[in-house]
Design a protein around this ligand. Structure first.
Ligand code: EPZ
Length: 429
């Protein structure tokens, strides 16, 4: 079990390069199932979730080869199995994204129901309702989704909730369906749009990308292509907040600033001086503490739920009080208890966490519970006095590429210890 040991209290200064977006790479890897021709994907982040997806595809019969500079070539001309087992899906819910393309191309799929996770029950009812409307026969039994469809038919799908992976699964099914599909109330996240751009390069016919109404005219086959994954806006936001909390200065490179409009608006409100150019965000705090800001999470282009924990951590050390309301995932507050152990003054009121900023957190042993909560605890450790030990950092490795190297280059004192040398804090009393 790896831990991260952080000696806090040092302002961060320097530059960080942003990796490709995990939440675009995952659906685009699933999209390779839609063709028997090679698909080359560039700027793939080196993350546990990507490794898991490559393993899943390989078990099905995919041929995945590493190319130079973080590229992958995926060839699916020899798929032998349309099966996504529980032991795979339980480690990565996004495995559900193979359901749509397997049904569309092979007419069958057997995919473990993803369980809930630390941030909520995470049902997939909207995925299944949409596929049924497209003509799939779907049985859910013994914890598995068993789906069959000789040929999917285009349908008019009106999603009762905005769902990112639900939109993606239905797009991945509709592109090879007979006739046209319309998806109303579609997710508008940039990662959904990036998937759509990749599908269009493969020959799909999709109108309305980036809007809440997608129109997809099914085609008979899709072709191979080459696609460059867009930058990870959540990774970028995480490093920006780290610089804010420590009163430092950062240049975030290889990013498209427009992906973070809602986040940058709040960070400016919190007192950051932010200048943007084409692939760069420059943030300065000049030693000042941030001001506490109110947040309400929402689907894109609203404030992203994947940045909620990081802003909660920032509010812990900000000047003043504020309220952060989580409107996307019901339980996405597992980090609150751990932040309190570091001296944060946080109070829960339903789906809102109310903060009263303190000048200093104190280092403590804390436990990561989900990907973004883990990141938030690292941020808190960077600004806390003394030593913070973040346990269960495998959560972090799912979504942040070489996090300790990137933070070390920014001046942080952070190191990873393996199970054999697990750090046991010496009792100070
Ligand atoms: C995606 O999860 C992301 N994961 C999440 O990022 C992100 O937090 C989330 O979208 C919201 O932006 C990937 O893209 C791999 P949803 P997803 O379906 O698609 C409810 C991270 O940290 N819902 O948009 O699973 C659901 O319970 C991860 O990188 C249903 O009720 O999220 C939730 O309350 C965490 N029924 C809301 O919709 C359904 O069938 C939004 O979920 C589907 C969803």
């Amino acid at each position: 079990m790896n831990q991260l040991i952080i000696e806090g209290g040092r302002p961060l200064h320097g530059e960080v390069r942003i990796s490709g977006a995990k939440n675009a790479a995952l659906p685009i890897l699933a999209a390779t199932l839609l063709t028997d021709q090679p698909v080359v994907i560039q700027n793939v982040p080196h993350l546990q979730d990507i490794t898991t997806t490559i393993t899943l595809l390989s078990q099905m019969g995919s041929s995945v080869t590493m190319k130079e500079s973080m590229g992958l070539e995926v060839v699916n001309n020899n798929i032998k199995s349309c099966f996504a087992p529980y032991d795979m899906v339980k480690t990565m819910r996004a495995s559900i994204l193979v359901l749509g393309p397997l049904l569309a191309r092979y007419g069958q799929a057997e995919v473990s129901l993803p369980g809930g996770c630390a941030i909520g029950p995470r049902p997939v009812n909207l995925h299944l309702q949409g596929l049924k409307k497209m003509g799939a026969d779907i049985q859910v039994e013994n914890g598995y989704i068993r789906a069959h469809a000789r040929k999917l038919n285009g349908a008019h799908l009106n999603l009762e909730m905005v769902t990112v992976s639900g939109t993606e699964n239905l797009m991945l099914a509709a592109v090879l369906a007979r006739g046209t599909s319309v998806i109303e109330n579609a997710a508008r996240e940039p990662e959904v749009e990036d998937l759509g751009r990749c599908l269009i390069r493969m020959g799909a016919r999709i109108d309305g990308l980036g809007t809440a109404r997608l129109e997809i005219a099914g085609v008979d086959e899709l072709l191979g292509t080459e696609h460059h994954i867009l930058p990870d806006r959540i990774e970028a936001g995480t490093y920006l907040v780290a610089a804010m909390m420590t009163g430092g200065e950062i240049k975030v490179r290889d990013i498209q600033p427009g992906l973070l409009d809602a986040v940058l608006e709040r960070l400016r409100e919190a007192g950051a001086i932010i200048d943007c150019s084409e692939n760069l965000i420059h943030l300065r705090m000049e030693g000042r503490r941030p001001l506490a800001v109110d947040i309400r999470t929402a689907p894109y282009p609203g404030f992203p739920t994947d940045m909620q924990a990081q802003l909660t951590a920032m509010n812990c050390v900000a000047i003043g009080s504020a309220a952060i309301t989580e409107d996307v995932f019901v339980h996405r507050f597992m980090h609150v208890q751990e932040l309190r152990r570091m001296g944060a003054e946080l109070r829960m009121d339903g789906s809102t966490v109310i903060s009263n900023g303190v000048p200093q957190l104190t280092g403590a042993p804390v436990m990561a519970t989900d990907l973004r909560a883990s990141a938030c605890l690292v941020l808190a450790g960077l600004v806390a006095s003394g030593t913070t030990v973040v346990d269960r950092v495998y959560h972090i490795d799912r979504g942040y590429e070489t996090i300790e190297e990137k933070f070390t280059r920014l001046g942080a004192r952070i190191r990873r210890v393996s199970a054999s040398e697990e750090y046991t804090p010496v009792a100070t009393d």
